[in-house]
Design a protein around this ligand. Sequence first.
Ligand SMILES: Cc1cc2nc3c(=O)[nH]c(=O)nc-3n(C[C@H](O)[C@H](O)[C@H](O)COP(=O)(O)OP(=O)(O)OC[C@H]3O[C@@H](n4cnc5c(N)ncnc54)[C@H](O)[C@@H]3O)c2cc1C
Length: 491
Amino acid sequence: MKRRQFIGTGLALAAGWPFRGLASVLNDVGDLPAKTLAGGDLLLRGSSVEAFAASLRGDLLLPGHDGYDQARHVWNGMFDKRPALIARCTGASDVRRAVDFAREHQLLTAVRAGGHSFSGKSTCDGGIMIDLQPMQGVRVDPEARRAYLEAGSLLGQLDHECASFGLATTAGTVSHTGAAGLTLGGGLGRLGRRFGLACDNVASFDIVTADGHFLRASDDENADLFWGLRGGGGNFGVVTAIEYRVHPMDPTVLAGYVVWPFSVARDVMRHYREIALNAPDMVNLAIDLHWEPEGPKVGIEVCWSGDHAEGEAWLKPLRTFGKPVHDDVAPVPYVTLQSSGDSGVAAGGHYYVKNGMLTRLEDDGIDRILDVFQRTPNLYSLFFDHGGGAYQRVAPDATAFPNRDMLFLLGCFGGWSSQDNDDEKIAQMRASWRDLEPLTRGFYTNLAEPDKTTAGYRENYGGNLERLIKLKTKYDPMNLFRLNANVPPRA
Ligand SMILES: Cc1cc2nc3c(=O)[nH]c(=O)nc-3n(C[C@H](O)[C@H](O)[C@H](O)COP(=O)(O)OP(=O)(O)OC[C@H]3O[C@@H](n4cnc5c(N)ncnc54)[C@H](O)[C@@H]3O)c2cc1C
């Protein structure tokens, strides 16, 4: 039984990229219809597209080219978009050329790393997709305790390279997620209460800003930009590499899933709240309400990353509470745990999510959550990510990530196949969320749904908004990078 496993069959992960190595020489390209940043129509001259292709080491894919269809697909199959051009960048030089081309033509611009944006922000119709997927690789320096990651890399690559040196840092819970998008928006994960957000562990970013300049952002260089990149998403440019601080950690953790029948869900949730709120940083406890063929269940995923004997003792009151119907908590390689939910959220399915931060959880809130969940059988799960710990020990204005006081993140997640009716399911999820949202304060931008407005994002940045607007106005005054948790520049 895997936590968050909703679409078990019928979906395969995107295969590899067999078309690497095409020459990026294009001939006889006709004028190409495209979309501007403002949504207007534009005709790109064939000769300028050819010159752009010739300037790249990676491939420039146009509609009809081999590999175009494979490259345009993103993780959430609900977004079936067709960019006018896909620049498959192989390094920072290609990224600079793509940014220059996009800016000079005022082209609608999407930046894609892992392509896992729930809201489909890494693709577009008629614009350019700056595709970082060919830029993959992680190098670990065990002496310096640093991991250097190319911006198209996935979380599984980061975890894997670190683990063999007995090192780790916070990454998300699904190994095929892109590291760059996750880190730029914050980055919650099983080690987050111990090490902080993924972005709290960044020592430096390499970035190409909207004017095509290549900069390094760290505490010592372009510190204003460094602040904004930790939680401000893709607003300021295309990050081409990330340097992470990594930490010694036993590569085997004590982890697994404990499940109870729904009849005791109220007691389990109350017990969970008390335990989770008083938990040491070494443990991450993520509760969820989900549907199985025989009915609803309540489960807690446990990850204890400290000493195992201590963990066994600490976890006992949780594992012996009530009568669990399933308990597979045991020593397990951290990298195995990190990919344990991968197949349940395979690329190509249709996914929708809503989320909000909980800064308190009262008994009546628990009752409401249970009530709302039961109203719509077999549609979505409700999950809680565990906050507090190291997340909270960073001041809300120390990075652009605003929601440091979250005790839990409440998420409402649904996944279905392309044959189902998206609109009907989304409408049901929205109706449920209308009853849950009053329990929340603020939301996690990386799990935002497509209908989130610019005003919603602005409000969520709270006290950090003015500083973000200033940075945006400095580094991207034309809002070239707008397909993200967007902060428009000052007019
Ligand atoms: C299955 C699944 C599991 C998840 N689990 C977690 C989790 O455990 N913890 C968590 O915190 N989040 C989680 N998320 C949310 C995740 O953080 C976001 O979806 C994140 O945006 C994914 O990054 P990506 O690079 O794959 O996305 P992409 O779709 O490639 O990009 C997302 C956004 O970031 C921008 N972007 C990406 N790379 C760059 C770059 N190099 N430079 C500038 N802008 C860039 C894009 O333009 C886009 O706006 C999960 C998402 C999915 C789909």
